[in-house]
Design a protein around this ligand. Structure first.
Ligand code: UD1
Ligand code: CA
Length: 454
């Protein structure tokens, strides 16, 4: 692959009116990460050592997200949407400084694969000055058509509004992704005018301009779904579905069993070990790592969590950010864990809230236990020691410590430290009256009979 340096220009200026959203279009997520960040990740993976992101006026927040994803990225503002060539030229400064290849990507097109970008660049290696990523459109309406000669060389891109009937019959379309290998890309872009049906500066004119200067243009073709552009929420859902299908397949190929793959939702960064089994209806938000031999039972929601080797989760469990389960931990039904480290072999099998703290190795948290972590103002920690046993329906009012090997009696409200290996009970003493129930039943039966006669 090429060792020429690469500048990627990511066009993110679109307002995305059809999304009907306060959020800029490119910030809408696919698999838990904004579409723009997907595209930036692709650029970085392609070896894009330099990145220019073109945003619209008032989109400073988008620029900040871009710089977080790629700290060296230059952010440029396209003041007015005068066309795709004008958008690229907003990054003039970056283009002027750069010596090497240039790739243009759209931030609303999150499904392009790295191998495809590499194939596109390979056409530059083979001598093309301009390379265009094309696809066979099921319905070409609205796309620019790729006009090629009988040897497959790219002659021009014709926008639909300018196309002749014969050109409109072409199904090979422009995805919008373009790459340049030329000493002076600015001279090509600056030659583009706006004397066309839309009165816009068409980036696509670069093909004919380069050819007129004696350069070659070429096409690399990819499947249509890789260049699906998102303009509306229904297209966003289509992009999500495609992304999920790919990610499930990749996970299964790496040794994850999914009983009903179409019901499992993954995030862009979900990590799996080997021999993980996922039952139906499991949702992964960002930041989850699942180690080897874990089973996630049906209907669980996980986000920002680590699940250690051999652990079991669910059914109906919720792991929130900071849930860090060691090996062989058991988290059962209706248990929520947030910001708690759980030692190896510890268990919370039923109906519990564990928030902010730690649970030692082999400790057992009984059904109905609550870590009372919040006093309305601050969050506090609950520390449960190794091998401790917390009886059912206990409230542990943080900050509080339960020592190693200690017992907490069921139903206790614990507000003070429980020493190691001791028992703490916090409930009134049980009162018992022998024979009371039998006498009570006889008395009540008589009353009922008397009432019946009356
Ligand atoms: C463009 C291509 C067309 C291709 C299609 C693929 C041109 C002239 N045409 O057409 O050949 O088939 O994409 O989807 O390039 N943008 C800006 N600033 C602008 C104009 C556009 O940032 O001034 C951004 C848009 O937000 C969008 C992208 O560039 O994300 C494409 O622009 P759009 O106007 O949708 O181009 P199309 O007419 O779809
Ligand atoms: Ca478009």
């Amino acid at each position: 692959m090429s060792d020429r340096s690469l500048l990627t220009v990511v066009l993110a200026a679109g307002k995305g009116t059809r999304m009907k959203s306060a959020l800029p279009k490119v910030m809408h997520p696919v698999a838990g990460r904004s579409m723009m960040e997907h595209v930036i990740a692709l650029a970085l993976a392609a070896g894009g050592d330099r990145l220019a992101v073109v945003v619209g006026p008032g989109m400073e927040a988008v620029g900040k997200v871009a710089q977080k994803a790629a700290p060296g990225a230059g952010i440029y503002v396209q003041e007015k949407q005068l066309g795709t060539a004008n958008a690229v030229l907003a990054a003039r400064e970056a283009l002027a400084e750069h010596k090497g290849d240039v790739i243009i990507l759209y931030a609303d097109t999150p499904l392009t694969e790295l191998a495809t970008i590499q194939r596109l660049r390979a056409t530059l290696d083979a001598g093309a000055a301009v390379a265009v990523l094309g696809f066979e459109a099921a319905d070409p309406t609205g796309y620019g058509r790729l006009i090629t000669d009988d040897k497959g060389a790219l002659l021009a891109i014709r926008e639909e509004k300018e196309a002749t009937a014969a050109e409109r019959a072409v199904r090979l379309c422009n995805s919008g992704v373009m790459a340049f290998r030329t000493v002076d890309v600015l001279s090509i872009l600056d030659s583009i005018g706006n004397a066309n049906a839309k009165g816009e500066y068409y980036l696509t004119d670069a093909v004919e301009i380069a050819r007129a200067q004696g350069m070659r243009a070429a096409v690399a073709v990819c499947p249509e779904e890789e260049v699906l552009g998102v303009n509306s929420r229904d297209q966003l859902a289509v992009a999500e579905a495609i992304w999920q299908r790919r990610a499930r397949l990749a996970a299964m190929r790496e040794g994850v069993t999914m009983i009903a793959p179409e019901t499992v939702w993954l995030a862009y960064d979900t990590k799996f070990g080997r021999d993980v089994v996922l039952e139906p209806n499991v949702f992964f938000g960002p930041g989850v790592t699942i180690e080897d031999d874990v089973r996630i039972n049906a209907n669980c929601h996980l986000e920002g969590a680590v699940v250690g080797k051999g652990a079991r989760v669910g059914p109906f469990a919720r792991l929130r950010p900071g849930a860090d389960l060691g090996p062989d931990v058991h988290i059962g039904n209706f248990v929520e864990v947030k910001n708690v480290t759980m030692g190896a072999g510890s268990k919370a099998n039923h109906l519990a809230y564990l928030g902010d703290g730690s649970v030692g190795e082999k400790a057992n948290i009984g059904a109905g236990t609550i870590f009372c972590n919040y006093d309305g103002f601050f969050k506090h920690k609950t520390e449960v020691g190794k091998g401790a046993f917390v009886g059912s329906n206990s409230s542990l009012v943080a900050p509080v410590k339960i020592g190693d090997g200690a017992y907490v009696g069921s139903g206790s409200v614990i507000t003070k430290e429980v020493a190691a290996d001791s028992l703490s009970l916090e409930r009134s003493t049980q009162e018992s009256r022998e024979g009371w129930a039998a006498k009570f039943r006889i008395m009540m039966a008589k009353r009922k009979a008397a009432a019946g006669k009356g």
